[in-house]
Design a protein around this ligand. Structure first.
Ligand SMILES: Cc1cc2nc3c(=O)[nH]c(=O)nc-3n(C[C@H](O)[C@H](O)[C@H](O)COP(=O)(O)O)c2cc1C
Ligand code: SF4
Length: 664
């Protein structure tokens, strides 16, 4: 395995110590509100509400599932206080009285498990678009956000007063629905941050022009919310301690703001960072290439400025790290967002010391935030149950079946895991001498440790659940018959096929797959990567880091376009820094022993050029391996085909299909 990287995930190394995480599981207090532990589910827009912003059965099933896993405090997603503040098409709303009954059901679900629950009062300001709200976005000043690129309308003082009233009404509705607290969303570049920050507020009236004036909107919102909910009701404020943009909020600014909010009676600070324009720096929703616990220093900084409790967040994935942060006084509560999407039972398992059973969030950002930002509902790549809780609540089968699974990649292992959990007898057959399939290949690249974490989890589950695994064995219909299989699941992935061009069989051409599994090597300095998908781009990243002179040639217009958000921006940044050349709209028409002939850009075939090449890495298409399915059907088996064996795609879909196949 030539690409194996040293990887150290901050905090994970303590996990095998059977500490009891006494700090993490000690009761906490926010204002007068007592909590059973220090774990918080931070707000995450799920896109599970209906068009009216009302709670749906799917939403309720998700919250019930999370609450059952033992988290102490649930902060519901950013919920719009007025329709013009909606940030996502299917976000929850706190804008109308008819939202209250549905919200009340969420409260009951949380309380039934001993968790406390609150809403997050939200207005997107300029960080939304007219496509979502049907209206021109509003903001303190007419400055567009560069990621949205839509000119907002600066609001008048009269409109500011109306907005403050809308925050107050949303808080009142939250209390009426039975919530235990409210959190004011003052972070991530939304409306309140837009007022607080000189980056987005250039007003010269009483709401802008000095630190005090920029703070006025937040202060008035806090005052109105407090009046609406009364003195004993906890109010939390979420802040981006460092906005990470030029002329944006700094740590000093945030400490001053936090002190002022404490004076006004805010009961806790929830400390995040960034806004939309600094999102690609990888802090706000950190990808796997960023270290664990990366925003904790911000929480620590705010904690040193105030006396009220502070909630830390940001890729805090391991119970040991979470416990350590509390024990050493860096923060009072720990928010674990994506970790709960990946495993809602994380709190319970940690408290019971079942560390090896925790399915860690691998920070791939694929199933969750990338789907959200493309207007889809939030899933989790590692945990297919998230978003499909109702489907996975299916009752157990009446009798045990014998299940034969061909293929030990993510789809095959997830199918085996679910089938075994449902009481079936499972045999999994893998042609290679190891499990992992596409996960193993993905984890061989730099900055991709999460994929091997998911592989390790699934392999661990094969052992824990007593699944019979036959390595180095080819799956055939005959073998399935011999095993007495009643159901067969085909999960044997896809094979890579290089394009039919002259010279493709030359010695200097290697397939990306062979490079990743260590069966092929690079020679010479000049490398051409043929294909601009995520795999090609990451191979270029790795090879340039090893000192090769790399050029990516792709017929497409962009590279790595199927990559998760943030992951792509950071990757493109690294490629640029290391001088990787990228030729888009360009095709390789021939390969010789020391060069490639190219045409393009675009459709112009008349100007073939050439590029020197010591090695050409073919990182092009794949074809499904589904032939076994027909054989199995012929011998009368009930057959499911899953993952890349249906169509080469991402791990997210492979995992979900595998899980669904195991759900009979
Ligand atoms: C899908 C998704 C939606 C999010 N929505 C919100 C939101 O509504 N309000 C908010 O303040 N933060 C939101 N966040 C940020 C999270 O609350 C949290 O700060 C972030 O995910 C980092 O924590 P983690 O590494 O534990 O996931 C969202 C994050 C994700 C992944
Ligand atoms: S999709 Fe990936 S990043 Fe998002 S919660 Fe699941 S494992 Fe974590």
């Amino acid at each position: 395995m030539i690409f194996a990287e040293n990887y150290f995930s901050f905090g994970r190394r303590y996990d095998n110590n059977m500490t009891k995480f006494a700090s993490l599981f000690s009761p906490g207090k926010i204002g007068m509100l007592e909590t059973k532990n220090r774990l918080v589910m931070p707000p995450m827009v799920l896109n599970y509400a209906d068009e009216m912003g009302h709670v749906t059965p799917k939403y309720l099933a998700h919250i019930e599932r999370v609450a059952r896993g033992g988290v102490g405090i649930i902060v519901l997603e950013a919920s719009f206080i007025r329709p013009d503040g909606r940030g996502f098409a299917k976000e929850l709303g706190l804008h109308a009285e008819d939202a209250i009954p549905g919200l009340g059901q969420l409260v009951e679900a949380a309380h039934a498990q001993g968790a406390v629950i609150g809403t997050q009062l939200f207005h997107a300001g300029r960080q939304t678009s007219s496509k979502i709200t049907g209206m021109q976005p509003i903001a303190p000043s007419p400055i567009p956000d560069s990621t949205i690129n839509e000119m907002p309308r600066a609001i008048s003082i009269e409109e500011i007063k109306d907005l403050i009233e809308a925050y107050s009404q949303a808080a009142r509705r939250s209390k009426e629905a039975g919530f235990d607290f409210v959190e004011i969303h003052g972070a991530h570049g939304y409306l309140i941050t837009q007022f607080l920050s000189p980056f987005s507020n250039t007003r010269d009236d009483e709401y802008g022009g000095s630190d005090e004036k920029r703070m006025r909107f937040a202060i008035e919102v806090v005052g109105a919310v407090r009046e609406a909910v009364g003195s004993g009701f906890p109010v939390i404020f979420r802040i981006s301690a460092d906005e990470m943009v030029p002329n944006g909020l700094t740590l000093e600014d945030s400490a001053n703001i936090s002190k002022k909010l404490e004076e006004l009676g805010v009961n806790a600070m929830h400390v995040s960072s960034g806004n939309y324009e600094s999102f690609s720096r990888g802090y706000m929703i950190a990808p796997m290439s960023m270290p664990d616990g990366l925003e904790v220093p911000f929480a620590e900084w705010i904690k040193s400025s105030v006396g009220i409790p502070v909630i830390a967040v940001g890729k805090i994935r391991s119970p040991a790290l979470a416990d350590d942060i509390i024990r050493t006084g860096k923060a009072d509560f720990i928010a674990i967002g994506r970790s709960l999407l990946a495993d809602p039972d994380w709190p319970k398992k940690a408290q019971e010391g079942r560390m090896e059973q925790i399915r860690y969030c691998i920070a791939c950002n694929e199933g969750c935030i990338t789907r959200l930002l493309s207007d889809q509902d939030v899933w989790c790549t590692a945990n297919p149950e998230t978003s499909h809780e109702e489907e996975f609540a299916k009752s157990l089968p009446e009798r045990e079946l014998r299940v034969f699974i061909a293929g030990g990649g993510p789809a095959g292992m997830e199918a085996a895991r679910i089938a075994a959990l449902r009481g079936h007898r499972v045999v999994l057959v893998e042609e290679r001498d190891h499990l992992g399939g596409a996960l193993l290949l993905a984890s061989m690249l730099p900055q991709r440790p999460g994929w091997s974490e998911l592989r390790d989890y699934l392999v661990g589950e094969m052992k824990r659940l007593g699944i019979t695994v036959r390595l180095g064995t080819t799956a055939t219909a005959e073998l399935a018959k011999k095993e007495g299989a009643e159901v067969a699941i085909v999960a044997i992935g896809a094979s890579q096929y290089p394009p039919h061009i002259p010279g493709i069989k030359s010695k200097n051409v290697v397939l990306s797959r062979d490079l990743l599994d260590g069966s092929a090597r690079i020679s010479g300095e000049k490398v051409i990567v043929m294909g601009g998908g995520i795999s090609g781009a990451q191979i270029a990243d790795y090879l340039s880091r090893r000192g090769h002179d790399v050029t990516i040639v792709t017929a497409g217009r962009e590279i790595a376009k199927e990559s998760a958000v943030v992951v792509r921006e950071l990757l493109l940044d690294r490629l640029q820094q290391r001088g990787v050349k990228i030729l888009t709209g360009t095709r390789i028409i021939e390969i010789t022993k020391d060069k490639v002939l190219i045409v393009g850009p675009g459709d112009s075939d008349d100007l073939p050029g050439e590029l020197p090449a010591d090695t050409v890495v073919a990182s092009t298409g794949a074809k499904s391996n589904d032939g076994l399915a027909d054989e199995l059907r012929k011998v009368g088996k009930q057959v499911f085909i899953v993952g890349d064996a249906v169509k080469p795609r991402d791990v997210t879909h492979a995992m979900l299909e595998g899980a669904r196949a195991g759900l009979f």
